[in-house]
Write a protein that binds this ligand. Structure first.
Ligand code: SAM
Length: 305
C-alpha cells in the first residue's frame, strides 16, 4: 500500500472527536498521562489502519509511553519502539502489557536508548517495517499540566508540572532547534533502514510558539527529512479539535487559551492550534510518480479562535 493510493485517508482526519483523556481511559495506565507530548490514539490508529495490514510491522523510534505500539497491536500489527528515557519506556512496556491483557494480538520489541542507533538496536528488523510513525519532541514548548492562581485563568500566577520529558540534556527535547532537527533527521535516516521497500514514514507535528513567534515546525521537519533522503508524498491535517455541526469544538487546554488570550491582548493575532500536520514520506528513490506538488496540497494552519 502506498501513500499515493491514499487508502482510507482524506485531507482532514477527524481524530479529535473524543478528548484525549477519554481516548486513553482504560486503554493506557493512569501514570502515562504524565508524559507531556503524547500522540492522540485516534491519530495513531487511523494512520496504522490506512497504511498497514494485519501482521505488518510498525515502528516508532521515539515512542514515549507507547501510543503507536499500543494502537498497532490492538489492530493486529506487530510493533517495535525505542525511547531515550527509561521511565517513559517502562510506561510504554506497561501500556503494551495492558493492551495484551485486553486481547491485543500483536507482538512488541522495545529498546531503551538514543534512536540514532535504532538500526543496530533492532538489527533483525531491518527491511521489515511497513510503517514508521513518530513525532519529534517539542522541547520546553509543551504545556503539561497547568494551574492558575486566579479562577478565571487571567492574570494570576501559573504553575506548570509534567511539562518536561526529563532533566537529561541528552534528550533531544532539551537541545537547540538546529540540534533537535539534526538529531531528528538522523533518527529518521536510521529508522528508514528498518523500512521495507515502498514503506511509509509518517510524522505528526504541529507549529509551536517560541517567545511569541510562530515557528513552522512541520516545514522544518520536511526540510530535515528531505536532507536525509525522504520525499514528502502527502500531507494531511489530523484534528485535535472535535467536529460538530460543521464547526470545530476546541479541545485546547486551559494554558493554551490563557496564552492565546495574553498574546491577543498584546495585539499578536494568535490562534489556538486545532490540528497536527500528518506528513507522509517515502525514500526518494522509491517515489513511483513525480507528481509530488499536487499531493502536498497544504492543509496547514487549520486554526480556531
Ligand atoms: C513527542 S514525544 C513522543 C510521544 C509518543 N508518540 C507517545 O504518544 O507517547 C517524543 C519522545 O522522544 C523522546 N526522545 C528524545 N530524544 C530521543 C532520542 N535521541 N532517541 C529516542 N527518543 C528520544 C522523548 O523522551 C519523548 O518521549
Amino acid at each position: 500500500m502506498s501513500p499515493s493510493q491514499g487508502v482510507g485517508l482524506v485531507s482532514v482526519l477527524a481524530t479529535g472527536q473524543k478528548p484525549s483523556r477519554i481516548q486513553r481511559r482504560g486503554r493506557y495506565t493512569r501514570e502515562s498521562m504524565r508524559h507531556p507530548a503524547k500522540m492522540l490514539p485516534a491519530i495513531a490508529a487511523q494512520v496504522i489502519e490506512a497504511f498497514t495490514a494485519p501482521g505488518d510491522l510498525v515502528v516508532d523510534p521515539m515512542c514515549g509511553i507507547g501510543t503507536t505500539l499500543v494502537e498497532a497491536i490492538h489492530l493486529g500489527r506487530d510493533a517495535a519502539g525505542m525511547e531515550y528515557e527509561p521511565h517513559w519506556a517502562q510506561m510504554a512496556a506497561a501500556n503494551v502489557l495492558l493492551a495484551q491483557r485486553q486481547g491485543a494480538t500483536g507482538t512488541v520489541k522495545l529498546a531503551i536508548g538514543d534512536a540514532r542507533t535504532i538500526a543496530t538496536a533492532h538489527l533483525p528488523l531491518r527491511g521489515k517495517a511497513a510503517l514508521v510513525l513518530t513525532s519529534p519532541p517539542y522541547g520546553s514548548y509543551t504545556h503539561g499540566h497547568v494551574r492558575s492562581g486566579h479562577r478565571d485563568g487571567d492574570g494570576g500566577p501559573v504553575t506548570k508540572w509534567n511539562h518536561r520529558y526529563s532533566s537529561d540534556r541528552g534528550n533531544l527535547a532539551h537541545r537547540s532547534m538546529p540540534e533537535l532537527l539534526d538529531g531528528f533527521g538522523r533518527i529518521l535516516a536510521a529508522t528508514t533502514r528498518l523500512l521495507r521497500p515502498s514503506g511509509v514514514v509518517a510524522v505528526t507535528v504541529r507549529p509551536i510558539r517560541m517567545r511569541g513567534e510562530l515557528i513552522d515546525l512541520p516545514g522544518l521537519v520536511i526540510g530535515t527529512a528531505h536532507k536525509h533522503g525522504l520525499t514528502l508524498v502527502d500531507r494531511h491535517a489530523a484534528l485535535l479539535a472535535g467536529l460538530r455541526d460543521g464547526g470545530l469544538v476546541t479541545r485546547a487546554s486551559f494554558f493554551q487559551m490563557l496564552e492565546t488570550r495574553r498574546a491577543r491582548d498584546k495585539g499578536i493575532p494568535a490562534c489556538i492550534t486545532a490540528h497536527e500536520d500528518l506528513l507522509l514520506f517515502q525514500r526518494a528513490a522509491e517515489r513511483r510518480d513525480g507528481n509530488t506538488q499536487d499531493k502536498t496540497r497544504c492543509v496547514n494552519s487549520e486554526e480556531t479562535r
